[in-house]
Design a protein around this ligand. Structure first.
Ligand SMILES: Nc1nc2c(ncn2[C@@H]2O[C@H](COP(=O)(O)OP(=O)(O)O)[C@@H](O)[C@H]2O)c(=O)[nH]1
Ligand SMILES: [Mg+2]
Length: 670
């Protein structure tokens, strides 16, 4: 047996768009390394078999699998491809030594890699790109490389160039080793070491690759200037150093399905991927004890309960031991759906911990001040409710599990609409939530679009005298008030004053009047909460026997109900400030989209740190934003995103107002 190069396992994240072939690549690596039996055509060995994945027919969770190759242990983390599940990938790559970005050989699809590459660049994860499906492709490698250059902040170093026979790609030249690999359709490979004819044809490509590297290596630069052909070992050494330092993104190619180029890929990992010290440094808490681990994933399993996937940063995790106050009660190595009991995990290991109380995804146990992956801003909300009040406790328990698993969900209780909102990343993300809540946790929960928190105010002042009086048997109810209602400027809020002279209303009842007025403000004449009014209690009468707190509260409320319809009520809609971020080439479409959605563009700028991206600042009615992310993604190949916050309320009139009011009437009829 070949002895390995490392003592701790090497963690490799597989990332890339949906259907680029990540899972196929993983499966084939596992076959190649004899970890799993060879598959019959179409059979999936490593399909995600969770309820969520079945319902959505796509992988929504990371998939973890181990393999041994030439004496080294590898742990692969296959990440879901959907942009809506980016948080899952973000949390996982933070723990990885290297990421393989799997891409299809279509220049048009390369742009979709942009947010993903930026994730890796921002967190300093060394990554290489694997152009998959070359069996199927006629692509011109230069077009592809050109498209890659546009989305990668790191210079792309093309390691392979395709060899064609009759127009079809039949193999590739490894520019570093100068070997030619031909592939048979049965997966057999042929190394042609001395294919000088072909190597001559790719001399330019090889020179270009070395030129890229020479930017970081003076020795290599000198050799190139002196026309000396550097030895392959030097090139390999430089490639490894540059991958580790985050100087470059090497680009390899192959076909996962046909096992082309997979051995080359594994060899590249073996010789070039950084060892664990880099990831350990990235994850290391500022203050820690002897043992620490980072939680890259939390998952609730039907029969096991909570399971926390952790990479040990330093020291070790032992079953039964305490780490930073948390008890390890069960430790497992993970291989796809298989969990194998284990007693101990050392630094660099990736394991699952059972019932780790208090720790959520993204946490670090055994230390404080650890860098944690940021939470994605929420862009899509649904209102959730349980038809049966008895299920409320169950819902809140299930929601807290949902949030522990995935920090890119958020829960918001909206007082103004009385709704409970679940915020997330889009429709697919929301469907995973729905499946988890209903099928996994068994809560009968309904999802709907949230109500828009419209408000209303008044334009005219009015003095109102109202009397609440009831005489029914025993002693009655009596409260009599005179109030003056006045509009206030937008954003000034509600104000209550009293100017009672001569004790016409005893002091103790004044706050009851205020309470009644406030209660009325929850729903004004148009059906919405009333804002920005001033109410002054100027006069009134009381009765020594029949007056009470209740009677004055009713009187206050009644006076408002009598007064407001005559104060020219107006409808206000919430306007949000949005920052839309997307690659510059989509900006014209985004402008049009903002205008169609009654938005007003406030500013336009380049997006800092994102070459080729722009930011548009705009104001947009909240009612137009509920499905904004869906259209934004559809016009930007899935790359665009936005941030938003409430800005101000704005009066609406005419047809818009009528539409809102008629909708509201329909709402109330339910
Ligand atoms: N022709 C061809 N198809 C591939 C290759 N790799 C994957 N596929 C197919 O692409 C589809 C998506 O692959 P999958 O691994 O599920 O993609 P993932 O979403 O990235 O995990 C499947 O139908 C695969 O059979 C390849 O190298 N060549
Ligand atoms: Mg997959």
């Amino acid at each position: 047996m070949t002895s390995g190069t490392q003592t701790s396992p090497r963690v490799v994240a597989l990332v890339g768009p949906y259907s680029s072939g990540k899972t196929t690549l993983l499966e084939n690596i596992l076959f190649m390394t004899d970890t799993t039996r060879r598959r019959s055509t179409g059979e999936r060995v490593f399909a995600d078999d969770s309820i969520e994945a079945k319902t959505l027919s796509m992988g929504v969770d990371i998939n973890v699998a181990e393999a041994e190759y030439l004496g080294d242990r590898y742990i692969f983390v296959d990440c879901p491809g959907s942009i809506e599940l980016l948080q899952e990938m973000r949390n996982a790559v933070h723990a990885a030594d290297v990421a393989i970005v799997v891409a299809e050989p279509e220049p048009d699809k390369i742009q979709a890699l942009s947010p993903l590459l930026h994730e890796l660049e921002a967190d300093g994860i060394p990554h290489l790109l694997f152009i998959n499906k070359i069996d199927h492709s006629n692509v011109h490698i230069r077009d592809l490389a050109g498209a890659l250059e546009e989305v990668s902040a790191l210079p792309c170093v093309l390691r392979h160039v395709p060899v064609r026979e009759g127009g079809e790609i039949s193999g590739f030249v490894d520019l570093a080793s100068r070997r030619v690999y031909h592939y048979g359709t049965d997966g057999s490979r042929e190394v042609t070491c001395t294919a000088d004819g072909i190597v001559d044809q790719v001399a330019d490509d090889r020179f270009q690759m070395m030129e890229r590297l020479a930017d970081f290596h003076d020795d290599l630069m000198e050799e190139l200037l002196d026309d000396i052909d550097p030895p392959s070992e030097e090139i390999f050494r430089d490639l490894a150093a540059d991958l580790r330092a985050g100087n470059i993104m090497p680009v390899l190619m192959g076909s996962a399905l046909n096992s082309y180029g997979i051995r080359r890929l594994m060899k590249a990992l073996r010789h070039e991927m950084p060892d664990f010290t880099l990831a350990a440094k990235r994850m290391m808490p500022k203050n820690s004890g002897t043992d620490a681990a980072y939680i890259l994933k939390t998952k609730y399993l039907p029969h096991m309960g909570k399971l926390s996937f952790a990479r040990v940063i330093k020291g070790c995790l032992a079953d039964g031991a305490q780490v930073g106050g948390a008890r390890i009660s069960g430790l497992f190595s993970v291989n796809g759906p298989e969990l194998k009991k284990s007693t101990r995990a050392e630094a660099g290991d990736l394991v699952a911990i059972a019932r780790l109380d208090g720790a959520v995804t993204g946490d670090t146990i055994g230390g404080s001040g650890a860098p944690a992956p940021e939470k994605l801003p929420a862009v899509y909300a649904q209102a959730i409710e349980v038809p049966d009040r008895k299920d409320e406790a169950k819902l809140s328990e299930a929601l807290s599990k949902l949030l522990e698993e995935d920090p890119s969900f958020e829960v918001e209780h909206r007082e103004d609409t009385g709704q409970l909102l679940l915020w997330g990343q889009g429709e697919i993300h929301m469907r995973t939530a729905r499946t988890r809540l209903t099928e996994k946790y068994g809560v009968n929960v309904r999802f709907s679009f949230p109500r828009v928190p419209y408000k209303e105010t008044i334009r005219k002042a009015k003095v109102q005298h109202s009397r609440y009086k009831k005489q029914s048997g025993g002693h009655g109810q009596f409260g009599d008030v005179v109030i003056e209602v006045k509009p206030r400027a937008i954003g000034q809020g509600f104000e209550f004053e009293e100017k009672i002279h001569g004790g016409s209303i005893p002091k103790q009842y004044i706050s009851s009047v205020e309470a009644g007025v406030k209660e009325y403000l929850k729903q004004g004449p148009l059906g919405f909460p009333v804002v920005d009014v001033a109410v002054t209690l100027t006069d009134g009468q009381s009765h020594s026997v029949d007056s009470s707190d209740m009677a004055f509260k009713m009187a206050g409320r009644m006076a408002m109900a009598d007064a407001l319809p005559g104060c020219e009520p107006v409808l206000l809609e919430p306007i949000e400030h949005v920052r839309v971020m997307a690659p510059s080439i989509h900006m014209a479409k985004i402008n049009a989209m903002i205008t169609t959605r009654r938005g007003q563009i406030m500013g336009f700028d380049a997006r800092a740190g994102w070459p080729g991206w722009d930011v548009i600042d705009a104001q947009m009615p909240a009612s137009e934003m509920q499905d904004l992310i869906i259209e934004l993604r559809s016009v930007t190949q899935g790359t665009g995103t936005f941030e938003h916050k409430f800005d101000h309320l704005n009066e609406i009139a005419g047809r818009l107002k009528d539409d809102v009011l008629s909708g509201r009437v329909a709402d109330r009829r339910h």
